[in-house]
Design a binder for this molecule. Structure first.
Ligand code: PHB
Length: 395
């Protein structure tokens, strides 16, 4: 009798305990068994489709390596194909933020799409991590406590190539790119370093994104006879450009330089036309670091593909969020704690370890690479620990 009444009391105490744990769990914003909602807004179609897929692969690889969890919680993915179309960006971002109520928005590849996404994310106080788009504004005039980037600014790798081209003794350069933020800001970055070092950009040419009718521009380049050409192209359009450049007979007479987006993930499609191309980027094949070795092995095993810079940036987006969420004990609503931990994180990236600038952009080494077979082989490191100037960021 006595015994059973004591056990009745202890049952009541246990029940009260469970209840109060439940209340604590709720007040901290999540139940431990609730999944973290990750919104992946990336291109699955169009000229950047392969880039979106590599980012998603990289992100999921890190999560898998981390036991299928972020901040100790299982992960649920919500995805949207943004088609690299800025006109659909606001609606697409709203689907993930308002309809799906994601805890973090990860995206995207295209600078114009990312600029629109960032506005929606900021208005809704949603944490956003950019795993590619280089739009300088994101960590410049539009910088925000809730906005982070694990990739680059358009300025960063292009600035390094301006330095390299000048050091090679070129004086007169013609540029060509798609007419949108990434192309135009890459040209500006290149020009800044190239002209500081005494070179001159004699002509800037553009075509609308994602057009690939390059012939009239190749004819003009042949007539202008510059010392070298600098371009920004990426994805399927990049492969087409390099093949057209070679077919026009320009490859043997006028050196072609670019940021590494031209040749990352595209060398197989270029075939011989890509051979020997020199590019600058924050990743390369043949880096001598342990993290990269393990990352590449697991990527190849999981996806039966070789990773590229996009896969690395996706992987690091997951690492960065893990750093924040772990500090908050898995509670995605503790945004101040998450942000603080992300700001001070040192990311052990396959590209080499990096930290973030005050504007939330990687401070990173920029490598010079040369295309050999399907690899962008490390040649040298023209600029170490390059920080974007973050012009206009007040944070
Ligand atoms: C961009 O739009 O910012 C962009 C797109 C593709 C790249 C790099 C940058 O490979």
């Amino acid at each position: 009798m006595l015994h059973s009444s004591r056990s009745g009391v202890s049952r009541a105490l246990v029940a009260a305990g469970i209840l109060s744990l439940g209340i604590i769990g709720m007040s901290s914003g999540h139940a431990a068994d609730e999944k973290i909602k990750v919104g992946l807004m990336l291109p699955a179609t169009g000229t950047f489709a392969a880039l979106g897929s590599a980012i998603s692969n990289g992100f999921k690889q890190y999560v898998a390596e981390n036991g299928g969890k972020l901040g100790g919680r299982e992960v649920e993915y919500y995805t949207v194909d943004d088609e690299s179309d800025p006109a659909k960006a606001t609606e697409n971002a709203n689907k993930l933020i308002k309809r799906d109520k994601v805890d973090v928005l990860v995206g995207t590849v295209h600078s114009g799409v990312a600029l629109a996404m960032a506005k929606v994310a900021r208005d809704n106080k949603t944490l956003m991590i950019v795993p590619n788009a280089g739009a300088d504004e994101l960590t410049g005039p539009l910088c925000a406590p809730t906005l982070f980037r694990t990739s680059f600014t358009n300025w960063q790798p292009a600035y390094a190539m301006g330095k390299v081209a000048a050091e090679k003794g070129h004086k007169k350069v013609v540029t060509l790119t798609w007419k949108y933020a990434a192309g135009q800001q890459s040209i500006e970055g290149f020009k800044e370093a190239f002209e500081q070092a005494g070179g001159k950009v004699v002509k800037d040419m553009t075509l609308p994104f994602p057009n690939v009718e390059f012939q009239p521009f190749l004819t003009e380049i042949a007539a202008l006879k510059p010392d070298a050409v600098f371009v920004f192209f990426a994805g399927a359009g990049a492969a087409k450009f390099v093949k057209d450049y070679a077919a026009a007979g320009l490859k043997s007479s006028i050196p072609l330089y670019a940021t590494g987006f031209l040749t990352d993930g595209t060398l197989e499609a270029m075939g011989d036309a890509g051979k020997g191309l020199l590019t600058t980027l924050h990743y390369a094949d043949g880096l001598d670091n342990k993290k990269d070795g393990a990352f590449r092995l697991n990527y190849a095993k999981t996806y039966k593909l070789q990773p590229d810079v996009y896969a690395v940036q996706g992987y690091d987006a997951a690492q960065l969020y893990q750093a924040g969420l772990a500090a908050a004990g898995g509670d995605a609503t503790k945004q101040d704690v998450i942000i603080k931990a992300m700001e001070s994180a040192k990311i052990d990236s396959p590209r080499g370890a990096f930290t973030l600038s005050k504007a939330h952009n990687p401070v990173q080494d920029i490598y010079l690479r040369q295309a050999e077979g399907t690899q962008n082989k490390l040649v040298s490191t023209p600029i170490k620990a390059l920080a974007d100037p973050a012009r206009g960021c007040k944070m």
